[in-house]
Design a protein around this ligand. Structure first.
Ligand code: DQA
Length: 150
């Protein structure tokens, strides 16, 4: 089983970006922790980060054939991007939305995510653990879906 991980704009700056909100872990730390968890679960992980919406959409189209599901931190794009929602719908792969912070507890413009209605679920507010929990939940979801199709 392969899970692709999309990190949206500005997440390349994790560790230096508003650490009081997003924590001290870098993007490398997050990706390493996901790789360790994937190995423990016998799964594969393919991380991708871009600050460009177009590059993220190109990645989704490209990874479609090799990913069973997606873990997505859309960052600011979650609040604004119909194109990202459409890109995720277009590839027909289950996805879990994750956020390091809890957007619902922050400014009002962060309270809406365009992706949430299409997500299997959302994990937010736990820093790096949001990614790790989201990965476990998605992995279980995919195993269940696989068993149901046999
Ligand atoms: C974020 C929350 C978003 O509101 C924000 O724009 C981000 C990061 C998070 O992980 O907490 O860039 O997705």
């Amino acid at each position: 089983m392969r899970i692709a991980v999309v990190h949206g704009p500005n997440l390349n700056l994790l560790g230096v970006r508003e650490p009081e909100i997003y924590g001290a872990a870098t993007l490398g730390d997050v990706n390493r922790a996901l790789a360790d968890l994937a190995a423990e679960l016998g799964a594969e992980v393919e991380p991708f980060q871009s600050n460009s919406e177009g590059r993220i959409l190109d990645f989704l189209a490209d990874v479609r054939d090799r990913a069973d599901g997606m873990l997505v931190n859309p960052a600011g794009l979650g609040h604004t991007s119909v194109a990202l929602l459409d890109g995720l719908l277009a590839i027909s792969r289950p996805f879990v939305e994750v956020h390091l912070s809890n957007p619902a507890a922050r400014e009002s413009f962060r309270r809406q995510s365009l992706l949430t209605p299409a997500a299997v679920g959302v994990v937010a507010g736990f820093g790096m653990d949001s990614y790790l929990s989201g990965f476990r939940c998605l992995h279980n979801h995919l195993l269940r879906a696989d068993a149901e199709h046999r």
